[in-house]
Ligand binder design. Structure first.
Ligand code: HEC
Ligand code: HEC
Ligand code: HEC
Length: 424
């Protein structure tokens, strides 16, 4: 299952109009290489070791997540990325000479990743996360190039972007890049060890974790001063994964390794937009690289995981009691009356990081939609979770969410029926 990454790289109307003006000024100084589409088919022969390294890096960078359509050939493009202002399609990056990148040189490939510029000199939209890949080393980009250039060429025509005016003017991105394309990596945690440095590269550059977990500003740019502090993508939010945020919800390095390595940890399991990230990308990381990611996210001196704080439940005792009735009837069969779940089979509710989030939306969406057993490494032993949207009214779902938050999440009973209705 490929989750569509909808609207998470949105560029706002006002900003584009403003930026188009800046672009007009900038374009005079830029030498556009228009109409450069012909040229010879590239013959790339790299040593097997480089190709293997390129495959590993392409997975760490999750190129296939976007450059593969649901049910389509890997890297042959076609994934639609809809947004409020139109649809952008990820392209075919197999080495087909006409439909893919078979005529692209390593230099031109590098320019796409590093500068967001296509072979014909036109600007790419930041739906292609070159803002993150800009930090990639040339050697790593070349290895990825060596890997994709030996894939089977696929004759799959690219689909034209369907953006409305003025977003269809690619030139507008010139100005956007002047403002928002940075060379420095954000500081998320404190550290200096070799593992921390490697983790910084894996998280910010290859893994482009900030593309979802970092808040976005008015022009759709990542607000690097608040890197990884969390962002509401759509119905499911990418939580705060800074050291403070992670520790406040009980995460440890061991928990992060288990979650990113196989999608299931004592603190919770992965779902929503995070599911394909783990399936296609992080679970392929070596143990050493997983370690590096965990060390970077928590820092060289990880904060201790916060114990569950007691919540004053007296105020909302009646609402919580109603929630408990639903829990016993619908949920306890799997998650246990004590909320401890079943090891390796059903994730625990007690101390679950989703219940410990101040923002209740992920909890509400998980119980309304359920979580499909979509080829997770751990799903061999794990059941899927059914959705309960037809079994719970807005009021019942709110009471259940409040019961869970207060009992096992250390959060307030502040979920309203209206909040549930908005997420249906
Ligand atoms: C989050 C989604 C996403 C990820 C991840 C991603 N891309 Fe892209 N990529 C796109 C989109 C969308 C476009 C087309 C953008 C446009 O039309 O402006 C694109 C365009 C490109 C292009 C230009 C192709 C052309 O025909 O113009 C290249 C090359 C490319 N990507 C390579 C890569 C590589 C290599 C990786 C991994 C290191 C990668 N992409 C990861 C979404 C993504
Ligand atoms: C048939 C067994 C089953 C039932 C019944 C069930 N769940 Fe689940 N639940 C699961 C499993 C298994 C997962 C982990 C899914 C995964 O990631 O593969 C899960 C995940 C969750 C999650 C997401 C947290 C996380 O870390 O993955 C929440 C929240 C949740 N359940 C709440 C509920 C609530 C509330 C109910 C009752 C309305 C309920 N569940 C009923 C099996 C069940
Ligand atoms: C496509 C968007 C997206 C990308 C890219 C992404 N994440 Fe996530 N992430 C999410 C969403 C949505 C959730 C919430 C669902 C869940 O908890 O499983 C999440 C949850 C998490 C969690 C669990 C937090 C908690 O308290 O439950 C961790 C840890 C995490 N992501 C780390 C990462 C890392 C590290 C990367 C980069 C390698 C990354 N994410 C890339 C969307 C994304």
């Amino acid at each position: 299952m490929m989750v569509r990454r909808v609207g998470r790289r949105v560029v706002s109307i006002a900003a584009i109009v403003l930026i188009a003006g800046i672009a007009a000024a900038a374009v005079a100084t830029r030498n556009l290489r228009s109409g450069k589409t012909g040229g010879p088919l590239q013959a790339v022969s790299a040593p097997a070791g480089v190709v293997a390294r390129g495959k590993y890096l392409a997975e760490a960078a999750d190129c296939a997540a976007c450059h593969t359509a649901p049910g389509g050939a890997p890297y042959a493009g076609g994934l639609a990325m809809p947004s409020g202002f139109g649809t952008i399609f990820a392209t075919n990056i197999t080495p087909d000479p006409d439909d893919g990148i078979g005529r692209w040189s390593a230099e031109e490939f590098w320019r796409a990743l590093h500068d967001g510029i296509r072979r014909d000199g036109q600007q790419l939209y930041p739906a292609m996360p070159y803002t993150s890949y800009r930090g990639m080393t040339r050697a790593d980009a070349d290895a990825i190039y060596a890997y994709v250039m030996q894939l089977l060429p696929m004759k799959v025509a690219n689909r034209r972007t369907e953006l409305n005016f003025p977003f269809n003017i690619r030139l507008g991105m010139l100005g956007w890049n002047v403002l928002f394309l940075h060379d420095s990596l954000p500081a998320v945690s404190a550290g200096s060890s070799p593992a921390w440095q490697r983790g910084r590269y894996l998280v910010n550059v290859l893994g482009h974790c900030g593309e979802c977990h970092t808040p976005r500003g008015i022009a759709g740019e990542m607000e690097l001063s608040r890197a990884l502090t969390g962002f509401a993508l759509s119905r499911v939010a990418a939580p705060d994964i800074t050291p403070a945020g992670l520790a406040s919800r009980g995460w440890t390095a061991a928990g992060l390794r288990a979650y990113l390595g196989r999608g299931l940890a004592r603190q919770g399991s992965a779902f929503g937009d995070m599911h394909p990230v783990i399936m296609l990308s992080t679970r392929n990381l070596t143990a050493e690289d997983l370690d590096a990611v965990a060390i970077y996210l928590l820092g060289d001196n990880p904060p201790p995981p916060a114990p569950l704080s007691a919540t004053d439940a007296t105020e909302s005792a009646a609402a919580i009691e109603a929630g408990r009735t639903s829990y016993v009837a619908l949920c306890a069969g799997c998650h246990g009356l004590d909320g401890n779940g079943v090891p390796n089979t059903v994730v625990a509710m007690r101390n679950n990081s989703t219940l410990r989030l101040a923002d209740p939306r992920n909890l509400i969406v998980a119980m309304l939609d359920g979580i499909g057993a979509a080829n997770f490494p751990h799903h061999a032993s794990m059941q899927a979770m059914p959705g309960f949207s037809d079994k719970l009214s807005d009021a019942q779902a709110a009471a259940l969410a409040n019961y869970l938050r207060v009992t096992w999440g250390g959060q307030k009973a502040d979920v309203t029926p209206a909040a549930v209705r908005a997420l249906r």
